[in-house]
Design a protein around this ligand. Sequence first.
Ligand SMILES: Cc1cc2nc3c(=O)[nH]c(=O)nc-3n(C[C@H](O)[C@H](O)[C@H](O)COP(=O)(O)O)c2cc1C
Length: 376
Amino acid sequence: MGTEPLDPGTAMAAYAAPPPRGAAFDAWRTWESRDGADGVIAAGILAANARNVQPWRFTVGDHSTRIDVYADLDRRQGALDPFDRELYVGLGCALENMVLAARARGHRPELSLMPDPARPEHAATLRLTPGERVPSELYDAIPHRRTNRGPFLRQSLPRPLLDEIAALAGDDSGGPDLLWFADGEGREVVARLLVEATEAVIADEGQSLAGHHWYRGTDREIERSRDGMTVDTQGMPPLMSTLGKRLPAPSRRTADRFWLRNTRTVHVATAAAFGMITVADSDDRAQRMRGGRLLQRIHLFATARQLAVGHLNMMTVRADRERELGLPPRFGKALEELVGDPGRQTLVTFRIGRPGRAAGTSPRRPVATVLGTDAG
Ligand SMILES: Cc1cc2nc3c(=O)[nH]c(=O)nc-3n(C[C@H](O)[C@H](O)[C@H](O)COP(=O)(O)O)c2cc1C
């Protein structure tokens, strides 16, 4: 890869655009003003989560020393996530923010995953006891982290930096792990498969419809739902985003074509490297959440180092769809070959690089909306 910036004017651009005005973005501004269990949840809801469906509900009990986290099964992605893989990974991302926030604010967090095997929607219990304040750069990065769908600078990342990121996985052999596809044939294969998988997703009516369901085309829709995918987070130049919001919302087919073109010419073409998180069993909900914690940790670490991350999961989205419909396992097999270890399975994939453009902020539903009183 060359070393010339794609967009020199913004080469030193801030990593994240500030949150726009409006109640749908308040969560990014107010998260630190809350304390106790509410403050921990306020950090959790800023986490990455597939399509910004925000698949979570929380309850607080035992005098604010216990938070229970539930999968909100009404917020499934349907054909795009038929086995809830991404749903539980997103819960893991939220849990990582919560653990970091608990530590930074003087709680000692004790996390148990899937505490009640008979109720799979009960994803986790987090107990908080008083402890020392443990600040961290990862905690500081929470409000600055964004999924970046814009062009990255055409620069490779030094191997020691990639190794440092891989080390975030720790050395628990039963835990999630990180594989890099940074150069050579491996990188080329991932790039090609990502484009082909995106083609397959948009050719699948059920998956295309499921994606469009979470698209929020107008400010009014965003204010109402405070979730989903918006024009501002598509990685376009600011002027195009502004225009995009004034024009009538694109048809589903037009949006699909835009996404495929960007996957090919922006997301894949400008990635410095592709990362793949693997686990022993990607159907296991606890392992998905552990993998989600690692994914969020990587994204926060990257943010602290002014690197950009974009999530690119069309290969696993297609592999799961193949399983659901009993189709020949084209992407399932390709993923097995990429992993190259029968004891490991792909959980999620992403791209990383130096940002060429600041990423827009996605909306969030406030703590009050996702906090229930009923522990079920
Ligand atoms: C499990 C998971 C899968 C995701 N898959 C994709 C993806 O395939 N393509 C994409 O553009 N973003 C993907 N994302 C990013 C989310 O869309 C993003 O986190 C969400 O819209 C919230 O935006 P934010 O990360 O900027 O807060 C994924 C995130 C997670 C946690």
